[in-house]
Design a protein around this ligand. Sequence first.
Ligand SMILES: C[S@@+](CC[C@H](N)C(=O)[O-])C[C@H]1O[C@@H](n2cnc3c(N)ncnc32)[C@H](O)[C@@H]1O
Length: 454
Amino acid sequence: MSGAMSLTRFRELLQRRLGWTFADNDPGQTAAVLAARAKAHGLTEREYLDRLAGRRWTAEIAELAQALSITETYFFRHGEQFRVLRDTVLPDLIRRRAGQRVLRLLSVGCSSGEEAYSLAITAWPARPTPDWIVSVLGVDANREMLHRARAATYSPWSLRDTPEEVRRRWFRETGDDGFAVHPDIAATVRFAEHNVADDDPQLWHPARYDVIFCRNLLMYLTGEVAAGLVHRMTRALTDGGYLFLGHTDSLGSHPKGLELCHRGGTVYYRRQSAAPPVPAPEPAPARERPPARPAPTVDTRSRALGLLRDDRFAEALDVLGPDDALLRGVLLAQLGRVAEARDTVHRLIDVGGPHPDAHHLLGVCHELDCADQAAGQYRLAAYLDPEFAMPRLRMGLLARRRGDHRGAAANLAAALELLPHEDEERVVLFGGGFGRLTLTTLCRTELEACEVRR
Ligand SMILES: C[S@@+](CC[C@H](N)C(=O)[O-])C[C@H]1O[C@@H](n2cnc3c(N)ncnc32)[C@H](O)[C@@H]1O
């Protein structure tokens, strides 16, 4: 096969696997990558291309995304879009989401993370009260960029368009001329690998995000892949949620399911309310909860639960299979490995979407460092499953600790009513070693105490 033919075939495969169009790419670089990747596998270019054309070769696609994607980005790029987000979009969302007090934002093609952190820096201080949950997810196909994103440390060049007061408030100088993102912001943002040429029903779950930024990516994609991505993003927006694209990306004047908005010198889109119905995140009936507790084998799971009941957390962790993320998270939290517990739960939510038990466990993890965040997570858990007693109990105890006797009494009374029907496994997972009876007694005593003080 001639060099030109190999290159043409390579480009076709990149188009198929990553959705890339090569209108303005550098052919010399593409040819060099083809030669280098074939050599790395000890294959001729033809053998390499045959293999790439065959069954899915995910690891190699990731290598190619890393070698060939254009990753230019910086904090607050196209600053006018962040101003519209701050001044127009967030106030609207905050009004409409006041019942739930959760904002979810997504950065698609997030590169090394500057866009995702810029979203968090804009949304986090906009929370009307500290118990609002702001969650930002950044996705990209380029592993090296995701690695840098997770490190959350940047050169001054990345902050070239960042206002001075934002830099002072949300970054710490690292001593080697770098800037580390403030821990509150870093804790709000997570990153995941995703190739937009492939579907991922979990990531693109309907009505998942309030705001999606997908900037400077569509222009590299073929019409077909770009259209598929726009369709998924539209469906994944909450009713009235917002989509921001790059300056050179246009969806025309009548994009399906979206309404065009202009403000502050920028164009963006809002998911139309009249669009096909998007179910608001409704409380899931307790008995139809999605399975956050897949049992690798019943035996392993019940052994681990038995060990948890006996406070033998490390042993329980040893017998547990890799799949039972919730139980693993509970055990890690019990062992004081809170950061690992949080990571485990976040992964569970990434895959399975919002889940009452997972949010409750995040609340437990947060109780150590931020009571407001903990309260927010418990509130979300109780919202997702109104029959879940544990978050009511924890919210009651937290409210009592901060002297809010009225709030404490309301939650403790609800917990007292729900506790007799609480799922036995939830008592084991979240009861902190106490059984149903002890928890009920604790609840009643605390309730009486705060009723005296009301
Ligand atoms: C130019 S950067 C844009 C960064 C940021 N959104 C911005 O506007 O500043 C484009 C990003 O899209 C990512 N990308 C390219 N193809 C992709 C694909 N098929 N799936 C996911 N990400 C992809 C690249 O890895 C790169 O990080």
